[in-house]
Design a protein around this ligand. Structure first.
Ligand SMILES: [Zn+2]
Length: 147
């Protein structure tokens, strides 16, 4: 088995909570299709405010994801991102906190949400790493020959 450098790098723990703050999530949206539609409620600004960052691809150009609960949704122009997040993210720490403006967070809330973000990032990195090794994530650990 050959380990690629990219896969190796992804095992490094995430030290920064990349999408913790609204500002950083907003920067991930570039030429979001609904931003040019006058009647759309689901703009990149509304998505970033509701906790989402852009995960758009050619196949799913309106896809966005929550870094706190990892819910990834494909949005429609008339969606209200925060309503969708409330509906589908009952266990999401960002939804539970219910303070969209991160400037209103206390230090404790910021630390807690930052930790949630990092844990989720590390989880995703490790899943991607195992994917790179072609290890099924549902394999029983006893069957892995770990050195
Ligand atoms: Zn969420």
């Amino acid at each position: 088995m050959k380990r690629s450098k990219a896969a190796h790098k992804s095992m490094e723990p995430a030290l920064q909570a990349k999408y913790l703050f609204h500002h950083d999530r907003a920067l991930t949206f570039k030429k979001f299709p609904f931003d040019s539609m006058k009647t759309a409620t689901c703009t990149s600004a509304a998505l970033a405010a509701a906790g989402f960052y852009c995960t758009a691809t050619k196949e799913a150009p309106t896809s966005a994801k929550c870094p706190f609960c990892l819910k990834e949704l494909e949005f429609d122009p008339e969606d209200d991102p925060w309503e969708e997040h409330l509906k589908r993210g009952q266990n999401c720490e960002f939804v539970k906190l219910n303070k969209l403006d991160d400037k209103s967070w206390t230090v404790e809330e910021t630390i807690r949400l930052g930790n949630v973000c990092r844990i989720q990032q590390n989880f995703e990195n490790q899943i991607a790493f195992l994917d790179g090794l072609k290890v099924s994530t549902t394999t029983n650990v006893a069957k892995l020959k770990l050195k």
